[in-house]
Write a protein that binds this ligand. Structure first.
Ligand SMILES: *Cc1c(COP(=O)(O)O)cnc(C)c1O
Length: 465
């Protein structure tokens, strides 16, 4: 047992510490008008830490140091938990960093609808009750080519709802290579069980043929399901059945095809040197009866799960009790409407940040990286080529040429210098998130909006100069 502090000659240091009340009366603390319980907690914590230091034989902190610590603690405690960050990871759809940033117009619409009342479920023409879905239905038909659409709060909810409404108590046939985990604990076999449908896996992990599906069809088959393998890639000796073939089989046997696209691009990423991602319009045109995809992946809108397809099936989905449980909120409807209008007007590449980032020519990134390098003027910050990724369960394994700055860490006391540098940038306001490679911190500019470059420069100057 550690001896009581008075016995090792530090009693005076303890007695010299101010009391809780004395510290609370300090002008520097009263000036902030901090909520009293918060201030009391911060003062107690600072005094407890000081006593622990004295007990360890360290010198007692002076009053100014104590006050500084209390203020720092108060600022931390009263800071908002969910805050904007600068994403310099080069991963455009970074799930942990909030996936798709939305367009300014979409964000404005979300704010405006949240701040006041709206015609969310009110038909302005008749003055009677309306449907929140009415704001998106026409637009979805127009941009996807589908007969009808229905929107819920995310794509996981969409998949659960569709399976529950169309296949509960019956069977759904899926290729073994597509009975996958999407991430965040969303596994197709588990969702299937939750919906009350029975998963019938066909083929092998790497190869599935149309004959495998056909052999598995029974009178209890409700759906043929295709799941886009959005976060992994099978390579080598592989074969998956094309949507056309699946639709053809379904037509012959009278079984609808459901297509879970995951990302659901409306613009072809191949125009930007990326690989193919199934397009929503193509899925619809190929004859999938139900297609679902996320609002906040490649679509570039707010979180949402979008279901489009044949009118009579959408009607069954709409009436299912789960539809209410996974209902989309009014702000997301507002943001989604504006996002879809960007596509309708052919302005998606300029207006939607995700597509702006994908489409940005690398020359522009090189120019920005060199400007940042010059503004800091330290050998520790250098412009360098790097590879960015789309991420967020789209185009796995594929990268885009990019450019950014590599920051060499300075000498650190103890611990990994690059890790310490990364932490200090995370502690910046706003936090800056990069990635560590080759013992340095890489800041990729493809995911940083150009109007944030000045903040990057200021933060790096703070750190380095
Ligand atoms: C991302 C994804 C989902 C889940 O979508 P959320 O919008 O994150 O709920 C479902 N299926 C596939 C194939 C996905 O890629």
């Amino acid at each position: 047992m550690r001896p009581a502090p008075e016995w090792n000659g530090s009693g005076d240091a303890f007695r010299a510490l101010p009391s809780v009340d004395e510290l609370l009366r300090e002008p520097a603390l009263t000036a902030g008008a901090w909520p009293r319980p918060l201030a009391v907690e911060a003062v107690r914590a600072a005094l407890a830490a000081a006593r622990a230091e004295i007990a360890r034989g360290e010198p007692a902190p002076g009053r100014p140091a104590l006050i500084e610590r209390v203020l720092g603690d108060l600022r931390r405690r009263s800071r908002r938990s969910l805050r904007p960050v600068i994403n310099a990871t080069g991963v455009i759809l970074h799930t942990n960093l909030g996936r798709a940033p939305i367009s300014e117009a979409a964000a404005r619409a979300m704010t405006e609808i949240s701040l006041g009342y709206s015609n969310l479920e009110f038909d302005l023409a008749s003055g009677e009750r309306g449907s929140r879905q009415s704001h998106l239905r026409e637009l979805l038909r127009e941009v996807t080519g589908a007969e009808d659409g229905f929107v819920v709060n995310n794509n996981a909810g969409a998949v659960l709802l569709v399976l529950s409404a169309l296949a509960s108590g019956r069977e759904v046939i899926v290729s073994r290579g597509q009975a996958v985990e999407i991430g965040g604990g969303f596994r197709i076999p588990d969702v299937m069980r939750q919906s009350g449908a029975t998963l019938v896996e066909v083929g092998t992990t790497n190869r599935t043929y149309i004959s495998d599906y056909e052999a598995a069809v029974t009178p209890r088959t409700a759906l043929l399901l295709r799941v886009h393998p959005s976060n992994f890639r099978l390579e080598g000796f592989v074969h998956q059945v094309g949507l056309d073939e699946l639709v053809e089989l379904g037509r012959r046997l009278g079984i609808p095809v459901m297509d879970d696209l995951g990302s659901g691009a409306l613009i072809d990423p191949r125009s930007f040197g990326l690989g193919a991602e199934p397009l929503v319009q193509e899925s619809v045109r190929a004859g999938a009866a139900v297609v679902c995809f996320s609002g906040d992946k490649l679509l570039g809108g707010p979180q949402a799960g979008i279901i489009v397809g044949k009118r009579e099936l959408i009607e069954v989905i709409r009436r299912h009790p789960l539809a209410r449980a996974v209902r989309i909120d009014k702000a997301s409807i507002a943001g989604l409407e504006v996002t879809l209008r960007h596509y309708q007007r052919g302005e998606a590449l300029e207006a939607i940040p995700v597509w702006r980032m994908i489409a940005c020519p690398v020359d522009r990134l090189i120019e920005r990286a060199r400007t940042i390098e010059a503004a800091i003027g330290s050998p520790r910050v250098q412009a360098a080529p790097m590879r960015a990724a789309v991420g967020g369960g789209s185009l796995p394994g594929q990268t885009l040429p990019s450019h950014g700055v590599v920051v060499q860490p300075g000498p650190a006391g103890s611990g990994d210098p690059a890790v310490i540098l990364a932490r200090r940038l995370r502690e910046h306001d706003p936090p800056i998130i990069g990635r560590i490679e080759h013992d340095a911190l890489w800041l990729d500019l493809r995911t940083v909006e150009p109007d944030r470059d000045a903040e990057l420069v200021a933060a790096l100057r703070d750190l380095i100069c």
